[in-house]
Design a protein around this ligand. Structure first.
Ligand SMILES: Nc1ncnc2c1ncn2[C@@H]1O[C@H](COP(=O)(O)OP(=O)(O)O)[C@@H](O)[C@H]1O
Ligand SMILES: [Mg+2]
Length: 221
């Protein structure tokens, strides 16, 4: 949990400009996410939602401006430093999940800890799997999972290193109404339980009401 005395924002964006193929996508003078806040990034396909999330994660750098996460300016790190920083402080649920297909569910979680040199007891990983409703799937091959189950594994994996920032890119786009609602509620709950800020890119209007705030990109601006 974030300590109650720490009022610094998890994310601070200043004078940010992102563009693709010469077309401006995102311009933000100043934008902050306090600890524990839930933000929806909305906008039509092609409006820059994925690009913006990748920028918050330091997977790409801004054309102009600063992105500061947990007090660290992402542009002032080497690529290797950014990789470790991301692994430790940012959980990313990618749209295409990026699970390692040759590994079991539990090994996918172990790997997330291992790559950043974090030691996490299996007991805690199993507890995490239980929190996403997959306690009986630890030793399953990821190939055998349904899409909804794989989505849950990706969420659990994003939380392994107890990030202060969780980013999810269209986590409900491939799900029907019931499963979309369940996955979103799960994300909101697991982030809240840990005091993590949550940023979800979505064009799913079914879900917008569940967030504290939204940022509209593209034509909805
Ligand atoms: N790797 C890339 N190279 C060039 N253009 C890209 C790349 N990724 C995305 N774009 C362009 O950036 C714009 C925003 O894309 P994206 O961030 O994926 O939007 P969204 O997630 O809202 O659908 C689009 O016009 C897309 O064509
Ligand atoms: Mg996208």
């Amino acid at each position: 949990m974030a300590s109650s005395g720490d009022t610094s924002p998890v994310v601070l964006v200043e004078k940010l400009r992102l563009s693709a193929n010469g077309r401006p996508l995102v311009e933000l003078e100043r934008w902050e996410i306090p600890a524990g806040e839930r933000v929806a990034i909305v906008g039509p396909s092609g409006s820059g939602k994925t690009t913006f999330l990748q920028t918050l994660a330091g997977l790409r750098l801004a054309d102009e401006g600063r992105v500061v996460v947990c007090g660290r300016d992402l542009a002032r790190m080497s690529e290797a430093q950014r990789d470790v920083f991301r692994g430790r402080h940012i959980g990313f649920v990618h749209q295409t999940l990026h699970l390692v297909r040759s590994l079991s569910v539990l090994d996918n979680l172990r790997l997330a800890a291992f790559v950043v040199g974090n030691r996490v007891a299996d007991q805690r990983l199993l507890h995490l799997l239980a929190s996403v409703g997959l306690e009986d799937r630890a030793n399953s091959s990821t190939i055998d999972l349904s899409h909804g189950e794989a989505q849950r594994v990706a969420i659990a994996r994003a939380l392994v290193n107890e990030p202060r920032l969780v980013l999810a890119d269209e986590p409900t786009s491939a799900l029907d109404d019931g499963n979309a609602r369940a996955i979103l509620e799960l994300l909101l709950k697991v982030a809240a339980d840990r005091g993590a800020a949550l940023v979800v890119a979505t064009h799913d209007s079914r879900l917008i009401g569940s967030f504290d705030r939204r940022l509209a990109l593209g034509v909805e601006r």
